[in-house]
Every structure is written in C-alpha cells, then in structure tokens.
Design a protein around this ligand. Structure first.
Ligand SMILES: *Cc1c(COP(=O)(O)O)cnc(C)c1O
Length: 232
C-alpha cells in the first residue's frame, strides 16, 4: 500500500519534546511519576520519513492501525532500529492474526472471542507471546469495536485464564461527542476489578485528562506527526 507523502512541514522532534513535557506536567499534577506513562507515537497514514524523524529524536514506541500499512513501512525501520516497539491500535481481522503476531509487539485491540481464539492458536504455532490489551467499547457505540463494559470481566477471564493470553490492561476510544473523563474513569474501574494495571487511553486532544485518570499508555498521533494526509 502506498501512502500520500506527508507534505505539511512538521518538526517531529520539537513536537515530541512538547508532548513529553506535557505528559510530565500532567503526571506531576496528578501526583504520579512520568516514568509510569508510555507515549505511543501514532504514525498511521504518514510515510516512513515521519517515523524516522521520531526515531532520530530517540523515540522508540509506535502505534499503527493497519497491518498492511505496517508490513510496507516498518521492516526497514526495524532493521535500523531493532529496539523499536510496535503497538497495533486498529481492528484486527482473524485471517491476519498470524501476520499481526509477526509484526507487532503489543496488540491493543483484542475485542472478541473469535480473535482471541485465533491469536491463541497462532501464538502457540509461532511461539510468540505479544502483550495484549482488551479494547472496551466504553460508549457502547454500535459502529465501534470493543467489548461492552458489562461483558469485559467474562472476556478478560476467557483470554487470560482459559486461552493463556498475556492480557496486561484495557484500552478505549471514547465517543467523540462525549466528555472523555467519564470513559477514562469507567475503564479504570473495570481494570481495577479485574486486577489489570495498564490503561491505554488518551489521544492528542485528551491525553492530559487521561493521565489524570490513570492512563499508563497514551496514543498520540496528530500532536506529534501533524495532520494525516488523505488516504489514497
Ligand atoms: C489515530 C488514533 C490515535 C491517535 O489520534 P490523534 O488524535 O491523531 O492523536 C489514537 N488511538 C487510536 C486507536 C487511533 O486510531
């Protein structure tokens, strides 16, 4: 898959520094250590040059939402930076489970039993055990992926206890027209009662709020890489 070139001039290093400073300030205001918060830089839709700029600035943790795009973009970047870490933050089709396991270090979008079973099977075959987050559809939006809040406990139990997946935490994408804090608080509560310590929540517009509610992973795209070019 080819990507439109990222034409807009953007200083990725300066943006990374600013977002990191804001994360540190938000953590401090919440009485937390900035070291507990991982910045996942979301380069989806941007060409490899943008990601290279972040790598050159010392950043190593990235998020992408399409297996196909990553298969084209990341092999060369991994070669030059074997220590980079890649999170899948978009929906995963069951028939791409194996490919996703080969490419990603963390799967943040574990969202249905069929996918959990496919991943468990492929993990055994490949002898790879990526870390997973269960995606919760906190706003119960029909068009959005994720497990319903009241089904999350049972789904976590299936993934973790029955299938042996490494479930580290929960992830959510709040509805765009609602106060995100309510969703962040809900995610924190569901994680707590399931003994999960990691929370992936917060994007460019609301990562500081998410940190106030306990985010351990914030997924930030636009504030680092600029506006995404239109999909070809
Ligand atoms: C695109 C995307 C992000 C980053 O969004 P920005 O608003 O550009 O920071 C974060 N999480 C998910 C799941 C995404 O798809």
């Amino acid at each position: 898959m080819s990507l439109s070139p990222s034409a807009e001039a953007v200083d990725v290093a300066a943006n990374l520094a600013e977002v990191s400073a804001r994360i540190a300030a938000a953590a401090e205001a919440a009485g937390r250590s900035a070291a507990e918060i991982e910045l996942v830089a979301v380069g989806k839709g941007h060409d490899a040059a943008r990601v290279e700029a972040a790598l050159a600035a010392g950043h190593r943790v990235f998020g992408e939402n399409r297996v196909q795009e990553v298969a084209g973009k990341f092999p060369a970047l991994r070669e030059s930076h074997p220590d980079l870490s890649l999170h899948l933050i978009g929906p995963l089709q069951t028939n791409k489970a194996r490919q996703a396991l080969e490419i990603f270090d963390v799967i943040e979008t574990l969202d249905r039993p069929k996918l959990a079973r496919a991943l468990a099977k492929e993990m055994a075959a490949l002898d790879r055990q990526p870390r997973c987050f269960v995606q919760v559809n906190s706003g119960e939006e029909p068009q959005k992926a994720g497990v319903a809040p009241n089904e999350t406990d049972a789904f976590v139990a299936l993934c973790r206890d029955e299938l042996g997946l490494t479930v580290e935490g929960l992830m959510c994408i709040p509805p765009i027209d609602e106060e995100p804090a309510l969703h962040f608080a809900l995610l924190r509560e569901i994680a707590k009662r399931n003994g999960l310590t990691k929370l992936s929540m917060g994007m460019s517009a609301d990562y500081e709020t998410a940190i106030r509610f306990g985010a351990t992973h914030v997924r930030v795209g636009t504030a680092i890489f600029g506006t995404r070019p239109p999909r070809p």
